[in-house]
Ligand binder design. Structure first.
Ligand code: NAD
Ligand code: TDX
Length: 338
């Protein structure tokens, strides 16, 4: 059945990939994308597939703007919200967390209240869905020495202002399910990689600096571990959870690709050495710099719940996903030189 979905933050990395995915997977769905176009968002991220589509609407605006959000719910018959919009960069939250509270916490409560008020009036509070996009960072950090992973029962233990703001938002979402009987669901994924990620994040930083012959900055000893999930596999999981996940439940989504930052950087340098043999040795650019404050050592999620109950698993082989990703950035930067 055709649906109207409100996607928040659709000009950013994951949600723009999600919009591309959904327009192919569910061409009959109407997608309404609200994005403030902060430094992290770009309309170009969504222009490719949406330009000629009558089923796509872009609204430039802030999810914390109550009047605007209420108007959207009045104007469109929203069947579901998939809430991605957030300030997303840990380093920025360490420098100044105010915008993280405004967008991630205040923005979430504004959306929740507008959805609750609209769906309460039409008696659809328990059928229309609010899907909160969260992160494995809300669970805290793991030691390098253990094989332990976060599961859906792991208590929240956010350790930086970004993850604290996401944890706050997740709690609000859960509370709306408990208090008002709203049909909420939350998914927490590990680190995503793929096209259209902002250059501030690790993988685009490695590629862009390497291409320009600039130092590749690795924090601390480079031994911190992240579990890398190809963004398209994440989009497929979100589609499945949005449609088939159980109300009030949480689902972890992992890539099954735990790598230290050292290992990841070296793999990307090998790919670049192959693609750009005429350039310098890319690994020689790796430079260790001061550590991130409170740098979480390791994240890893146990995603057996989504695998066992919804039949999802990541399909992208890590090296293939990384090859595609590096090629995408090289191609972009060849079209518009750095
Ligand atoms: P991103 O920074 O690339 O994009 C965020 C988008 O949200 C931008 O387009 C920005 O303009 C928009 N935005 C920010 N504040 C807004 C506001 N107040 N109103 C409207 N729009 C606003 O982020 P991303 O990496 O694509 O992350 C998307 C979501 O996924 C976030 O909720 C993040 O916490 C979560 N997440 C990200 C990762 C990851 O590896 N990137 C992993 C797990 C979860
Ligand atoms: O220049 C860098 N050098 C470096 O060593 C940068 C930008 C990062 N790092 C390290 C810090 C981390 O250990 O690389 C790792 C990855 O860093 P980020 O790309 O900043 O991601 P991370 O902090 O792990 O958070 C990401 O995954 C979880 C997203 O940005 C979050 O939005 C998501 O919730």
């Amino acid at each position: 059945m055709s649906k109207s979905l409100l996607v928040t933050g659709g000009a950013g990395f994951i949600a723009s990939n999600f919009i591309h995915y959904m327009m192919q997977r569910h061409p009959d769905y109407q997608i309404i994308n609200i994005d403030k176009l902060t430094y992290a968002g770009s309309e170009a991220n969504v222009q490719e597939n949406t330009a000629s589509s009558g089923n796509y609407q872009f609204i430039k605006g802030d999810i914390a703007d109550e009047q605007l959000v209420n108007n959207i719910f009045t104007e469109y018959d929203i069947d579901g919200v998939i809430h991605f919009a957030a300030e997303s960069h840990v380093d920025r939250s360490i420098n100044d967390a105010k915008a993280f509270i405004e967008s991630n916490v205040l923005g979430t409560i504004v959306l929740l209240q507008a959805a609750r008020d609209t769906w309460e009036k039409t008696g659809e509070l328990s059928t229309r869905r609010f899907h909160q996009i969260s992160t494995d960072e809300v669970y805290g950090a793991l030691d390098l020495e253990t094989n332990e992973k976060f599961n859906e029962q792991t208590p929240y233990d956010p350790r930086n202002p970004y993850s604290a703001s996401k944890a706050g938002a997740d709690m609000l979402v859960k509370s709306f399910g408990q208090t008002y009987g709203m049909n909420v669901v939350t998914s927490s994924s590990s680190n995503n990689y793929g096209p259209r990620q902002h250059p501030e994040k690790l993988i685009p930083t490695i590629i862009s600096n390497a291409l320009q012959g600039k130092p590749i900055p690795l924090y601390g000893d480079g031994k911190n571990v992240r579990d890398w999930l190809y963004v398209e596999d994440h989009c497929r999981a979100i589609d499945l959870i949005f449609h088939e996940g159980k109300a009030l439940e949480k689902y972890n989504i992992g890539g099954g690709n735990e790598r230290t930052n050292n290992e990841l950087t070296r793999i990307i340098c090998d790919i670049l050495d192959h693609l750009k043999p005429e350039q310098h040795s890319h690994k020689s650019l790796i430079t260790y710099i001061g550590d991130r404050k409170g740098h979480d050592r390791r994240y890893a999620v146990d995603d057996s719940k989504i695998r066992n109950t919804l039949g999802w698993k990541p399909l992208t082989v890590f090296n293939n996903g990384l090859n595609k990703t590096v090629e995408w950035y090289v191609d972009q930067w060849e079209k518009a030189p750095l």
